[in-house]
Design a protein around this ligand. Sequence first.
Ligand SMILES: [Zn+2]
Length: 238
Amino acid sequence: MIICPVCKTENQHLAINCSQCGGYIQQKIETLDLFSIAWLLIENPKKAFHRIAIATHKNYITFLSAIAGIGLLFSSFWFYKIGDHISSLLQLLGIGISGGLIFGNIFMLLLSIIVWLILKIEKRSVKFRQVFAVSAYSSIPIIISVIVLLPIEILTFGTYYFATNPSPYLLKPFSYIVLLGLDLLFGLWSLILLLIGINKLRDGGWIRALIIEIVSLGILLSCIHYCFTNLVNHIYGS
Ligand SMILES: [Zn+2]
């Protein structure tokens, strides 16, 4: 809550203007600068999400979702061992990159819808765009892994990184464990950012924020799992 300095009305913590007198109760932010907000997400994620939530223009959210989508789709390739079905590296890269750009936006959109609906049920006055922006900016660690780790994984293992036969662990155990470990760390970092973001949108309550995050991702990943297994069975036979 923010108390208006002029009329003493209590306002929602993400409000820019007082709901009673219309006066400014916190500094307005027009646009988000990608690099300074990415840096702030590392330095002070709470402050960063506050800026993201109150910014008038939520820049880069489609772009961020698209790049994160590449990371999410290649993680699915690893999880579902797509390398066992696709042996051409060029084909795998083509599907992963072009599909990822679309997949990322569908993923962020659905995730934001679920989180937003839960917040609505809780009677929080949060806008959908705020949830979408928080979700998209939470994926910055995944984007870093797409830029830094994914090329190394592909240069080291090719399609074998996403396959079981032969297992990448047997090919280069040390590289595989290190790369997989780093991938998991970047994923975990994104999950922590999303938690901080949801907590910011709700104005406190870590346990509730964590439950909302787990429930939302649980619903979304179950749906994706259902679609993926059906799609893989449909294309390659069970
Ligand atoms: Zn006021």
